[in-house]
Each structure stands twice: as C-alpha cells, then as structure tokens.
Ligand binder design. Structure first.
Ligand code: GAR
Length: 216
C-alpha cells in the first residue's frame, strides 16, 4: 500500500522531527517524511533533516504581512511536496484560523503537558508551579484554538520534588520521542477517526493510547 506522505513543521531544535524521520526509515512504517519546513531559517532541525536526506524549506513569517498569508505560503510549500498529513513538531507560532481549517483532520501537534493543563509556553515551569505529581505530553488533532483539539494519545511521567524545568522537560521529551512516531504510525495505518470531538484509534488494546514511564 502507498505510504502516507508527511510534512513536518518546526521552529527549532527538531528532536521530535528526528525521531519521526528515524521511525519512518523502518521498512514496515506506513508513512514517509516528504519535507521539513521551518518558519525560522536558523532552526537547528533543518541541518539535522538535511543530514538525514530529507527535503527542507524555509517560509519566514517575517516575510508575510499577517498570520493568514504566512499560513497560506506554508500550506503551499507542504502541498508542493505532496503532504497528506502535517505534523507540527516544536512549531512555535500561533496559526490563523485558516490553516487548521485547510488541514482539518490532517494536522497533528505535540505539546509537552497533559492537555488541557498548561497550554502555551514555559509549560514545565507551569507544571512545577502548580505542584502536580504527574505531567507528560499530548498528541492531538489541531483546531483553531491554541494547544487544543481532539486528543489522540498521551504519555505520563512523574514529577519529582527536586525537578527543575530542564529535568522535567527532558523526561517529558523522551516520551514525546516514543509517542509521536507511534501516533503517526496509527494515522498511516488509517486507524484514527473522530466522532463528537473524541478520537477513536481502531484495533488497539485497551489503554494503548496512554504511555507511562516511571524512569527518573
Ligand atoms: C517539544 O517539547 C514540543 O512538545 C514543544 O516544543 C518542543 C520542541 O522540541 N512544543 C510546544 O510547546 C508546542 N506548543 P523539538 O524541536 O526538539 O522537537
């Protein structure tokens, strides 16, 4: 069967992007990464993608007068590479309403908290300030609201009293690298559907959309 064509959008380091590119190298993986697009020309992830032989492109938000015209240019770039699914991986820009509507049902994001808790930026700081004992990451379909949309899967990790933003973010990031390739695999296998704002992932054992890691 033809593989799902995935376009990844980044703004920075691109470690989730690298995890996805690596996963997609497995012969049985149902998706291929067709391009990596960044809104930041200096994003370190672009060099990583090039080294991994993936096509890259830059669409600078500074070159566009408003959010929607930037979003349209980004979308055109993804379409030019034949993307069927758009995966936001550390893309740190607020989208206009147009983009999630254009890619409705085919736009994923990963966020480093157990949504709906702790949207926006400085997410590990927010979790530490709130004193939560558990945090994690969420992969969700993107709707026009910030860090919102039907949840597909989550991974949970403990929060320890001695944690700093750096240690907690690193613990969550290790789970992001497990979770995102898994969800894109399910997408490629055609298992994901949405009804009444809730996601169903067909044919998985009960509980498989929640990962947990107790490692420090
Ligand atoms: C990741 O932790 C991702 O969840 C977060 O940015 C980081 C990017 O790291 N995304 C958001 O906060 C989006 N709201 P990476 O560039 O190494 O993948």
């Amino acid at each position: 069967m033809a593989k799902l064509k995935v376009g990844i959008v980044i703004s920075g380091r691109g470690s989730n992007m690298a995890a996805l590119i690596e996963a997609a190298q497995a012969p049985d993986y149902p998706a291929e990464i067709v391009c990596v697009v960044s809104n930041v020309a200096e994003a370190a992830g672009l060099q990583v993608a090039k080294r991994m032989s993936i096509a890259t492109a830059v669409v600078r938000h500074e070159d566009h007068p408003d959010r929607e015209s930037f979003d349209r240019a980004l979308s055109a770039k993804l379409e030019a590479h034949g993307a069927d699914l758009v995966v936001l991986a550390g893309f740190m820009r607020i989208l206009s309403q147009w983009f999630p509507e254009r890619w409705a049902g085919r736009l994923l994001n990963i966020h480093p908290s157990l949504l709906p808790a702790f949207r926006g930026r400085h997410v590990a700081r927010q979790a530490l300030d709130a004193g939560v004992r558990v945090s994690g990451c969420t992969v969700h379909l993107v709707t026009p609201d910030l860090d919102a949309g039907p949840i597909i899967a989550q991974a949970a990790v403990p929060v320890f009293p001695e944690d700093t933003e750096a240690t907690l973010s690193a613990r969550i990031l290790r789970q992001e690298h497990r979770l995102y390739p898994l969800v894109v695999r399910w997408f490629g296998e055609g298992r994901i559907s949405v009804a009444n704002g809730h996601v169903d992932v067909k044919g998985l054992p009960q509980g498989a959309t929640l990962l947990f890691s107790a490692e420090p």
